[in-house]
Design a protein around this ligand. Structure first.
Ligand SMILES: [Zn+2]
Length: 475
């Protein structure tokens, strides 16, 4: 009667080399994923998903665990060692360098990037197999006989095929993992030395993104932040991985390249540029014809995309680009106010350090007969002198006859030098707030030798600056 054969599925063939006694069981897929991660950390290995498959359980073959409870496989996920054969080799070779449209007529834009580190791929065969399963404890058999198991399997298939009985069946989810042994790896180092070959963990990359969003540009500070994050958040209640494990303790170069990616992504989202262009077109079409709006989008430098100079941590980083972004905005009435009230003193106010925006935003203000008014604004891609200088030159061209005697700015060399270059006879003054802030910072530095009496020094400076006789010196 029970001569019908068990359904033989592909799944049997694909997994018949897995030793069922070596399987480790978990009650959820999430727990299994966590176990894979722990395995990677303790063995200093890294596995990547290379195949996933889901099965129609009404057709799947029935398997038996060590307690003779039947189960079927719902989903299989294969992970391979990061040093496995390169599956995408052909695709990668075929892939053409991505050149922005604007640069197609540019001479030789796609210079090949130099690859210092060789490929990680070396045909290692080590694999992890994760399987999500469904168990049927109702159909547990007591005898190991083939007859009992076949009989139970037929009943299970029958129940699975009928929707009503399938719903009412007692089902338990579980997930099995078969881990490779260290002997399964080949072609690369394993153990402590392998830590250096690890890729940076995606949570570390996310943390770098977060810190860039908070405005942290100092690589040393980011690295300290990452260390604290790994020790006090990621592995709060666990053993902290070895500090040779690059996955959690990336090198300075790793951090720099992820910082660069996050930094440029945040500053120069392509979609934003398209939106700005649409808005500018609309403003130009519907606004006063005497309004002035200038917008030039950013074009990335395809030749040198990762060359970010971070050696001087005091100056903000500059993104390598073929063309920098610039936005300058001045309405007709603003120009009239600038001409009338901006001949004596103008103010240049940079807000980027205090605002939520990643790009430097500048306001040119004048004191009118009523109050202070913004008479022009501009956004630059970088905070260098040449970027500010370019925007000021455009404003100067738009406002013939504008010759300010004084300009008040923050204590920022780029701003000061830009103004002095564009308006050669103009005197730059630093506003009281920034002057006092600069003093505060200066006296706190130990190398300046006045830290012990810093309050006294600041007070004396302040008294001198605010003395009515000071006008004699300035005048
Ligand atoms: Zn391997």
């Amino acid at each position: 009667m029970l001569t019908e054969t068990l359904p033989t599925e592909k799944v049997y063939k694909q997994t018949n080399n897995v030793d069922e006694t070596n399987l480790k069981w978990f009650s959820t897929f999430k727990q299994a994923e966590r176990a894979v991660e722990e395995f990677e950390i303790t063995t200093l290995t890294k596995f990547n998903v290379y195949q996933k498959k889901s099965y129609d359980i009404s057709k799947s073959g029935i398997r038996w665990d060590k307690d003779l409870i039947p189960y079927v496989i719902v989903k299989s996920v294969w992970l391979e060692c990061q040093h496995a054969k390169d599956q995408n080799k052909k695709k990668n070779e075929k892939r053409k360098p991505c050149i922005p449209k604007q640069l197609l007529d540019h001479p030789n834009p796609a210079k090949k990037q130099m690859c210092i580190q060789g490929s990680k791929k070396c045909n290692c065969k080590a694999k992890i197999l994760m399987q999500e399963t469904l168990r049927f404890p109702q159909f547990q058999v007591t005898a190991r006989s083939r007859y009992a198991r076949n009989k139970s399997a037929v009943l299970i298939h029958k129940a699975l095929k009928d929707e009503a009985s399938r719903e009412s069946m007692l089902k338990e989810c579980a997930c099995s993992i078969s881990f490779p042994s260290s002997g399964d790896h080949s072609g690369h180092v394993i153990g402590e030395a392998a830590g250096f070959l690890q890729m940076v963990d995606k949570r570390i990359i996310a943390k770098i993104d977060e810190m860039v969003k908070e405005g942290i540009c100092n690589i040393g500070e980011i690295m300290r932040g990452l260390k604290l994050f790994v020790m006090h958040e990621l592995f709060k209640n666990d053993n902290i991985p070895s500090n040779t494990n690059r996955r959690f303790f990336p090198t300075r170069k790793d951090v720099e390249s992820h910082f660069y990616r996050a930094f440029s992504k945040r500053k120069l989202a392509k979609m934003d540029q398209t939106n700005v262009q649409c808005l500018v077109d609309e403003w130009v079409k519907s606004g006063d014809p005497e309004d002035n709006i200038f917008f030039r989008p950013y074009i990335p430098n395809v030749v040198n995309t990762t060359n970010l100079d971070l050696t001087d941590e005091k100056t903000p980083p500059v993104i390598a680009s073929e063309q920098t972004m610039l936005f300058v905005h001045q309405l007709h009435w603003q120009r009239k106010l600038l001409l009338r009230y901006g001949q004596d003193i103008c103010l240049l106010d940079a807000t980027y350090k205090t605002s939520k925006y990643a790009l430097p935003l500048f306001f040119v203000c004048v004191k009118t007969n009523m109050n202070y008014q913004v008479v022009a604004s501009f956004i630059t891609q970088n905070e260098r002198q040449i970027d500010i200088e370019e925007a000021l030159s455009i404003l100067k061209k738009w406002t013939p006859g504008w010759k300010p005697t004084f300009f008040m700015t923050d204590k920022c060399d780029a701003e000061i030098h830009a103004i002095e270059t564009v308006f050669s006879d103009c005197h730059v003054l630093i506003c009281d707030f920034h002057r006092e802030q600069a003093w505060e910072r200066w006296v706190k530095k130990s190398e300046n030798g006045v830290r012990d009496s810093k309050d006294e020094v600041v007070l004396r400076h302040s008294n001198t600056a605010n003395h009515p006789e000071i006008q004699r010196f300035v005048g």
